[in-house]
Design a protein around this ligand. Structure first.
Ligand code: ARG
Ligand code: ZN
Length: 860
């Protein structure tokens, strides 16, 4: 069954505190994949106002019984609907309520609540999955202390886990074993977890700064026990980092992670029992790329950091999701910066923000990081709430300075420990640490859209100063605060001055003295390292941008200046095809970069030519075919001009050791970048390099890159490469995910590939990783999805309809990829509208899908 068809809009102004709380609960599960019986014993307490009916959320549950203070309640005293159970006249301010119901975990394909994945049963409750397990006050401001009894057949469920500490373990009686878990920390329902199945336990430990030993366990399905060591290392690094950076120590004696095959998202921070999408835990050098390794570190860190920011201090309501997510993303970014290379990490994060968050913020799904309303909360786990939310926290940290920020965070975590709060409590702690108000910071939480700032230059004769006026002309009703780190250079690229300025509100003026000996005006690099998440419109000339691309000492801004130079070339070439030959500046910059002594990973990023999506998003120009042909022209020209250099780079980095060290990661990336250019040589063929790289690969980063490149250039060897890879990896589901993706992620005309691959025995519509690999990859490839006749739209709309009945969250996520349709050329917006209306007319449309489809249709 899919979720219910009742759609209520939840508005932020309608929030009101709980009338009833359940401070203590004892849960009992009698596990069976077909029919699990769940009983909840609640201690119920009123909030002190007059006694009103008690409502318990409950969806897709089979009600069994209700007792109040031990007495069976007569059916006339309660009401049961699709949304829950209402006890009409509660007996007093405090009482005991016992409710029992049944659920079918193996019929639950929505992967929310209690469901089956492989041989295990597991849960996903954030945000509102708990109500699919048992009747409950399922909201984050109702915190309770959980005791959990699990009974199950030990041959199916040798392992049975829940949050906190194992309290009791009983030997099997009548084919059932019983365990009892107890979590000493009160928590909302969304942080509850249960896992049971035939799992292999792997173990490690961590000694906290105060000398306590914490047992660490990772549970995996059989056969994966060799793939956990990197996850353990990352976890210990994260635990240490949170102690060193914020003084935060882990608060239980046991920390568990379970790797789950069928998972709707990345991972989930349930107290003491994190659940992870298997692809973000399991790794070895043969089967995981360097990017995967880094994601594992970041996500393990992220979920671990939630233990304080999210769990100990939690949310009052879902509108404030960014309070835990933006903050925790910021913490995991900072962690990864410290563990790897800060400039490279920042470049990756900015690229991600620009490619995903900026478009979301300018499209039909735009919302403030505190949304004003939602129908289905699952639709709001967005790049805006997460990544833009993290940028706003970064702003705060820059205004305060990182040391004062740490004080503010400590104040926040101490003062509000054990409570559900809003972003206001967070900001107030920060302001206390800062010693004064942070002007306009709150508006960042309520304003949607990417702020666009205009730079106007003028010369002040009298003072011999250049004057720069920065104006936010996007929304002056909600003025913002910006951090503007800037530097000025002379025409030789020599630094004149640098500064960090806080712009309060819509307008700021920056003055820079002209150096006495120089006539020319300074070249200014604003918002270095993206010190505020804004789009900047300036009148810089190509030559000025070129100077920054070469001389900016800040690696991040240097990188983005070079990108801007490339975008400028593209935009000129789009206006006048003859201009495409004029790649001089770009080639000069590349030429000079070969002489620099940069970190290898940084260098490889610098050399990587922007993707088709990056071009189109930056230029807001959506004739993909035209952009792609110019893009390929530039890549070929670069390849032809620097053949020797790329050959040298390739050879120099050819031999690598399959280790996750900074140097080896850099070598692999640089080698791949060189290979990519060589493969695009207009006259010579370097395909044999890619073929042997795939064959001899010691690390997945080498193997998959070779395969992807052969596919992208349409090599005649590509089919053979695809089957070679398959034969090598057909037993490894996670590697097959990348294999599926590689075949549709670049280039045109993939409809028949998609139709062939979805019939493949290893494809499975119920597994989100497979759906993401095939359908999402196809729909993120603009050349196939936004194909002129709209066939890509038809294909994906059909798949969305199928997914609606299986997994509404995944269906809604796939639908969001239509968000850019209104900007497309020709008939595409019209076709998108037709297809989305077809989805909207589904008789059983889920509220997830209904909300998304409705918003996108309005934009068409
Ligand atoms: N809290 C989890 C995390 O950020 C993600 C949960 C996503 N939930 C969802 N329904 N999409 O780490
Ligand atoms: Zn999170």
């Amino acid at each position: 069954m899919t979720s219910s068809s009742v759609s209520t809009v939840h508005k932020i102004e309608d929030y009101s505190p709980c009338l009833w709380f359940t401070p203590k609960v004892h849960l009992r599960f009698d596990l069976d994949p077909h029919l699990t019986v769940v009983r909840a014993d609640y201690e119920v307490k009123s909030n002190g106002t007059k006694i009103s009916p008690l409502f318990l959320n409950g969806e897709n549950l089979e009600f069994l019984s209700l007792r109040v203070n031990g007495r069976v309640v007569d059916p006339s005293e309660y009401k049961i609907t699709d949304l829950g159970l209402e006890l009409l006249e509660p007996p007093g301010e405090v009482f005991q309520l016992t409710v029992e119901n049944r659920i079918c975990p193996n019929q639950n394909t929505s992967l929310e609540g209690l469901y089956q994945s492989g041989s295990m049963l597991c849960t996903q409750n954030e945000p509102e999955g708990f109500r699919k397990i048992v009747y409950s006050i399922d909201r984050p401001d109702n915190m309770m202390q959980f005791t959990v009894t699990i009974a199950g057949d030990p041959s199916y469920f040798p392992v049975m886990l829940s949050n906190g500490n194992l309290k009791e373990e009983h030997p099997p009686v009548n084919g059932k074993r019983v365990v009892v878990w107890e979590d000493p920390y009160p928590k909302p329902t969304y942080l509850f977890a249960l896992v049971a199945g035939e799992l292999i336990e792997t173990k490690d430990e961590f000694v906290t700064k105060s000398g306590r030993i914490v047992t660490l366990k990772i549970f995996v399905e059989k056969g994966n026990e060799e793939k956990v060591s990197f996850a353990f290392e990352s976890l210990k690094q994260a635990m240490k980092w949170d102690e060193d950076t914020f003084g935060l120590e882990y608060d239980l004696d046991l920390f568990m992670i379970v790797a789950v095959e069928d998972f709707n998202m990345g991972a989930m921070e349930n107290k003491g029992l994190n659940l992870f999408n298997a692809k973000l835990v399991l790794a070895d050098k043969k089967s995981a790329t360097d990017e995967t390794f880094e994601s594992i570190m970041a996500v393990i860190g992220h979920e671990y950091f939630h233990n304080w920011t999210g769990n100990r201090v939690t949310l009052r309501n879902w509108f404030n999701l960014t309070l835990k997510e933006g903050l925790t993303v910021f913490r995991d970014q900072w962690f990864t910066e410290d563990m790897t290379d800060p400039a490279v990490k920042r470049i990756k994060d900015i690229l991600f923000l620009k490619e995903h968050q900026f478009p979301e913020d300018q499209g039909p799904m735009a919302h403030p990081i505190i949304p004003k309303s939602y129908t289905e909360m699952n639709n709001f786990y967005t790049v805006t709430v997460y990544e833009k939310g993290a940028e706003v926290i970064r702003l705060v940290s820059q205004i305060l300075g990182r040391e004062v920020f740490k004080k503010g965070l400590q104040d926040y975590l101490t003062r509000f420990d054990g409570q559900g709060v809003t972003f206001e409590e967070f900001i107030s702690s920060m302001e206390r640490a800062y010693g004064k108000p942070i002007p306009y910071i709150r508006n960042w939480y309520h304003r949607s859209g990417t702020p666009i700032l205009n730079v106007k230059e003028s010369f002040d004769q009298k003072n011999q100063e250049w004057v720069y006026q920065l104006k936010d002309y996007t929304d002056t009703n909600l003025p913002l605060v910006f951090v503007n780190s800037y530097a000025a250079f002379d025409s030789n690229g020599k630094l004149i001055t640098e500064n960090k300025r806080i712009q309060e509100g819509t307008l700021d003026e920056i003055r820079i003295k002209t150096p006495k000996d120089s006539e020319s005006k300074p070249i200014v690099s604003f918002f270095r390292g993206m010190s505020s998440p804004v789009l900047l419109k300036s009148e810089m000339t190509k030559e000025e941008i070129r100077i920054l691309a070469e001389h900016e000492p800040d690696g991040v801004s240097r990188f983005f200046s070079f990108q801007n130079l490339i975008f400028l070339w593209m935009s000129e070439s789009l206006k006048d095809e003859n201009k495409k030959e004029n790649l001089t500046e770009v080639l000069e910059i590349i030429q000079s970069s070969f002489k620099k002594d940069w970190d290898k990973t940084y260098f490889s990023f610098y050399l990587t030519f922007p993707s088709l999506m990056q071009f189109c998003e930056n230029l807001q120009f959506f004739d993909y075919k035209q952009v792609e042909s110019l893009r390929k022209f530039a890549i070929q020209t670069i390849s032809e001009t620097f053949t020797k250099e790329f050959q040298f780079l390739y050879e120099e980095n050819r031999k690598t050791i399959p280790k996750q060290s900074k140097d080896e990661i850099g070598k692999r990336r640089l080698k791949n970048t060189a290979l990519y250019y060589l493969l695009h040589h207009p006259k010579k063929s370097f395909e044999s390099l890619a073929i042997s790289q795939q064959r001899d690969a010691k690390h997945m980063s080498e193997e998959i890159f070779a395969l992807r490149s052969l596919i992208e250039i349409g090599s005649k060897e590509k089919d053979q490469a695809i089957s070679l890879f398959y034969d090598h990896w057909k037993q490894d589901a996670l590697v097959l995910d990348v294999w599926f993706a590689a075949q549709v992620a670049t280039g045109e005309n993939h409809i028949s590939d998609l139709e062939r691959l979805e019939k493949h025995t290893k494809f499975n519509l119920k597994n989100p990783n497979k759906v993401r690999s095939l359908y999402f990859s196809f729909a993120r490839n603009p050349l196939s999805f936004h194909e002129q006749e709209g066939k890509g739209y038809v294909v994906i709309a059909e798949r969305i309809k199928q997914l609606n009945g299986i997994n509404p969250q995944i269906a809604a996520g796939l639908t969001k990829l239509f968000s850019q349709s209104s900007k497309q050329i020709g008939n595409l917006p019209r076709i998108a509208k037709r297809e989305l209306e077809g989805i909207q007319n589904l008789p059983q449309i889920s509220k997830d899908l209904g909300e998304v489809v409705g918003k996108i249709i309005k934009s068409l």
